[in-house]
Design a protein around this ligand. Structure first.
Ligand code: NI
Length: 188
């Protein structure tokens, strides 16, 4: 059994971030408790998404919350493809039908402190997953919401933004990446 209270966000280069996660076989109380803890950790860290491998749990599950931006005054119901009304849990997610333009935008990651860089991703995507009740959900997203889902789905395959950054962004973050590797080596 996983103790949800003991879960923490792991930093690069923790090997847990590089493993391919396994499908969640059944949605149990343990899965619900881990998801609740992940939402708590994500909100406290002021992130918009968190994947289970980032807390050392090798499951295909992520949580996400892209709230409506206060500037545009839109409610989530007005624009369901661009934001969420509340934090959501997606279990065994599969992305398909990538579409729209390839957009370059700066991303960060809760597992890569002080690293930010441009990543190119398709603007639109469709997500198939199960919710916490085990019901299938299918959602189309664009903009930041689509980007968030693509970033989190990458974590389930051990892929990080430093793998996807433009060469310029990778160069800009090179010394910081090395610092994180040294820090981890020193802690061992
Ligand atoms: Ni991330």
């Amino acid at each position: 059994m996983i103790d949800p209270a003991a879960l923490r966000i792991l930093d690069f280069p923790d090997p847990a971030l590089r493993r391919r996660a396994d499908p969640v076989p059944a949605i149990t109380d343990e899965v619900r408790a881990v998801a609740a803890r992940m939402i708590d950790l994500m909100v406290r860290a002021e992130g918009i998404g968190l994947a289970a491998p980032q807390v050392g749990v090798p499951w295909r599950l992520f949580v996400a919350f892209v709230p409506p931006s206060p500037e545009d005054g839109r409610a989530p119901g007005d624009e369901p493809e661009t934001c969420q009304a509340e934090p959501e849990v997606f279990i065994n997610p599969v992305l398909r039908d990538f579409g729209g333009e390839l957009v370059q935008f700066e991303e960060g990651c809760l597992s890569l402190p002080d690293i930010r860089g441009d990543v190119r991703r398709p603007d639109q995507v469709t997500l198939d997953a199960l919710d916490l009740a085990g019901a299938p959900v299918t959602r189309r997203a664009r903009g930041l919401l689509s980007r968030c889902w693509q970033h989190e789905a990458d974590h389930l395959d051990g892929v990080l933004i430093i793998d996807r950054m433009t060469p310029m962004a990778r160069m800009k973050n090179r010394s910081r990446i090395r610092d994180l590797e040294r820090l981890a080596a020193g802690a061992r």
